[in-house]
Design a protein around this ligand. Sequence first.
Ligand SMILES: [Zn+2]
Ligand SMILES: [Zn+2]
Length: 476
Amino acid sequence: MPRKKAGNKQGKQEPQKKRNKRFQSVRGMRDILPKEQPYWQKLRKVVEKIAIDYAYGRIDFPVLEDKELFERGTGKNTDIVDKEMYKFKTKGGANVCLRPEGTPSVVRAYLQHGMASQRKPVKLSYSGPMYRYDRPQEGRYREFFQFGFEAIGEQDAILDAQMIQMATRIFKSLKIKNVALHLNSIGCEECRPSYNNLLISYLNNRKKSLCMDCKKRLNKNPLRVLDCKEEKCTQVVGQAPQTVDHLCGDCKTHFTSLLEYLDEIQIVYSLRPQLVRGLDYYTKTVFEFFTEDDEGAQSALGGGGRYDNLVGMLGGRETPGVGFACGMDRLVKAMKDNETEPYLLPIPKVYLAQLGDSAKKKSLRIFEELNKAGVMIAESFGRGNLRTQLRQANKINAEIVLIIGQREALDDSVILKDMNSGGQETMPAEKIVKEVKKRLKKNAVLAKRIAKQKAEKEKKELSKKKKAAKRKSKKK
Ligand SMILES: [Zn+2]
Ligand SMILES: [Zn+2]
C-alpha cells in the first residue's frame, strides 16, 4: 500500500497527528443554520395557517419518485425534466429521480389512494425540498424548498381566484411589499391546436432570428418559444399572435370570470400574453408572482395554474385541477429584504444555577419538574462556577434565579432569588414549582399593569400635543 508508506514518511516530518479529510456540502446545496431558522419558522407558520383557514389537508410524499411520472406529467421536453432532473437506476433496476416539483406527485398520490371518490375538490398542501440540477446562482440552489397547494376536481374559476387570494395573503402576512401578479390564459385541448398552428407559421417565418433551443422546439412545443428568455426570441415574440385572442368559448368565459372574481376581491393583476409557464400540463389559467427590490430587479416568488388534463395524463379519469407553488428560499430572502420580523422564540424567565456534583444531579431533576409544569428554564450545566452562571442569568434578564449549592443538595432545598425585588430565600425543593409559578404570575400581572400605565401616559401626551397643535393652527 504505497499510500500508507507516504503517510508514514510525512508523519516523520511533521510529528502531529494527521487530520482526516473535512467535508463540504455538495455543490448547489446548503445547510440552513439555527440563526436562519426563525425566518423559516415564521414562513412555515404563515403557510400552515392559510392551509387550515382554507381547509387544505397536508400531504407528504417521497423525495424519490418514478422518473416517468415527471416525463409524462411535467413533460419530457421541458428543461426541468430534460436537463435538470437528478435521475438514476436503483440496485433493483428501477428508474427513479429526485422530485423536481410537487404537482405530479400529488396527483399520483390522489390516484394511488383512491381520493377520486372523496368529496370534490380534494384540497391538498405540501412543503419540502425539490431537486434540480441547475446552474447554482445567488439565491438559487439545486436543493430548494417549495410549498404548494393543489385543488383537484373543480373547474370553476373561483378556485383559480382562491389560489391567487391564498398566495396574496401569504405575501401580505410575510410583509413582502411590491408583489406583482402576472396572468394569462393559454387555452385548452379544444382551442390550443389551431392557435399552435398559427404560432408555428408566424415563428417559422422568423426562424432565423430565434435561438438554437427555440429552433428545435418550434414545431414540437411552440408555446415554449413565448417563454424563452433569450433577447433575440423575446423580440420576435413581442408581435406574435396572443393566446387570449384565440380562446374557445369555454376558455374565454372561464378567463373572464376569473378576472371578475379578482376584481371582486380587489387583487391587481397585469395581463401577460407571453406567460405560458412552460410545463406540459397547464391549461387555461397560468399566473406568476414577482417582487421588485429597490434596484428594480424582479425575482419570481412562485406561480401556478390550471391543469385540467394532468389527472387523465397520469392514468385517471379526466378531472380538472388547479394549484400553485412558491419557492421558500426566495420568500425567506424577500422577508429579509423587507425587514420582516422573524419568528421569536420565547425566552425563559427562570435560570437554574448549581454548585458541586451532587447539586448538579439534583438540578437535572428540578429542571424536568419545572419544565413539565410548563415553566421554561435556562441553564448552563456544563459550568461549575457560580459567578459565570449568575452573569448568564443577568444576560437573559431572568426574573427568578434558582440556586442549588452543596448544602441545598444535602437537605433537598433550593435558594430562590427574586431578581425584581432582590430578595432571596431558601425553601424545600418540593415547594419550588408552586412558588416559581406564583411569582411568575405576579410578575406578569405587574408587567401588564406597568405597560397599561405607560400606554395611557403616552396616549395623554399625544392628545395634549394634538390639542396644542390645534391651538397653534387656530392662532394662525
Ligand atoms: Zn379552450
Ligand atoms: Zn429562444
